[in-house]
Design a protein around this ligand. Structure first.
Ligand code: PMP
Length: 361
């Protein structure tokens, strides 16, 4: 068996020890007589798995006790749609900072239920930069300000938490959660899908400042209500137990590896190596994002001649490097280098890029 270095944006590479443990426990979990995925979500075995995953995530991310942690299905897109339903009164405005494809999705999902104001946008510049904070036009009485912490497709990342005064800041951290230390107390809601840094697709997380759960929001079914999910510890209905279990293993692996401070160091080194290879290629490879806001997680890049793209992808695959095809919105290449991507994987990519250039230069 040979596993390639997988640069896929999500679903993405998982730590090998996590996959091995899941494989080992697949048929029977800890003497329970069945796989964890076959047991009731209300039984003692899964309750233990669920509680441990939450406790470990709280430790990993230093989540303050006045924040609820929700594990939900439906993906980050579903959470985007639920934000206004739960946190904006009928007719109330909410401010959105548009910095890429996923910010646009957040607005699209919210629009039916909130007066979504685009407070700032970097669209005119092709999302190659972030809108400068002093140009944001925040509305009076907004329910919240929404940002996309890391734009997975455009490769643009907030490198500091913007100050939005007393209005709760909501942030989509789908593709950068746990990649470095984060002061959760600066946010009202931190949310995302798990399928990049926290484990498998099929489960998403919302870290919600508890006082916000007191907001009335808008008429909605109980299953769309965060307060109800929080009260029932994300077991309002049958949760995605297998995904929750894998998330727990992934979080535990990150703690064992040294936690977010250690991943911040590794991620900084990985990103530096890859951007250096691109920038140092005399234009053979090109990343167009403003250096100050380049993502440490998703590195989109282009070959100087798009006619070489096909050969690049084929030869990369032959060299054991997969998942490099760029998103169709941008074309070119994209290397996603999440926590589970080892430094050796990035080095292998950098080496391959050099070889490819030599061969096709
Ligand atoms: N936000 C961001 C930043 C993403 O990268 C993605 C998925 N790639 C989404 C939202 C949508 O997530 P999902 O497919 O889980 O709904």
């Amino acid at each position: 068996m040979s596993r390639a270095h997988n640069f896929s944006a999500g679903p993405a590479t998982l730590p090998e020890p996590v996959l091995r443990q899941a494989q080992q426990e697949m048929l029977e979990w800890h003497g329970a007589g069945a796989s964890i995925v076959e047991l009731s979500h209300r039984g003692p075995e899964f309750l233990q798995v669920a509680a441990q995953a939450e406790a470990d995530l709280r430790t990993l991310l230093s989540i303050p006790s006045d924040y609820a942690v929700l594990f939900l299905s439906g993906g980050a897109t579903m959470l985007q749609a639920l934000l206004p339903l739960n946190f904006a009164a009928p007719g109330q405005a909410a401010d959105y900072v548009l910095s890429g494809h996923w910010g646009k999705t957040a607005i699209k999902q919210a629009r039916p239920c909130v007066a979504a104001n685009i407070a700032a946008s970097s669209e005119a510049g092709g999302f190659r930069d972030l809108p400068a904070r002093d140009a944001w036009q925040l509305s009076d009485g907004a329910a919240y300000v929404h940002i996309t912490a890391n734009e997975t497709i455009h490769g643009v990342e907030f490198r500091e938490v913007p100050d939005v005064g007393g209005v709760p800041l909501f942030a989509d951290f789908s593709s950068s959660i746990a990649s470095e230390p984060l002061d959760i107390s600066r946010f009202g809601v931190v949310y995302g899908g798990a399928q990049k840094n926290l484990g498998p697709v099929g489960i998403s997380f919302a870290i919600v400042r508890r006082d916000l759960l007191g907001r009335q929001g808008q008429p909605r079914a109980e299953i769309l209500d965060y307060r109800a999910h929080a009260a029932k510890e994300s077991m309002l209905n049958t949760p995605p137990t297998w995904n929750w279990y894998l998330l727990g293993l992934t979080v535990k692996w990150m703690l064992d590896e040294g936690g977010v401070a250690e991943f911040a160091r590794r991620n900084a080194r990985k990103a530096a190596a890859l951007y250096a290879a691109i920038d140092g290629s005399d234009g053979y490879y090109r990343n167009e994002v403003s250096p100050a806001v380049r993502s440490r997680m998703n590195v989109p890049f282009f070959l100087h001649d798009a006619a070489l793209d096909k050969a690049f992808l084929e030869e990369a695959r032959a060299a054991g490097l997969i998942g490099l095809k760029g998103h169709r919105a941008l074309g070119g290449m994209r290397a996603s280098i999440y926590n589970a991507m080892p430094e050796a994987g990035v080095q292998a990519l950098v080496d391959f890029m050099g070889d490819f250039r030599t061969r096709h230069g």
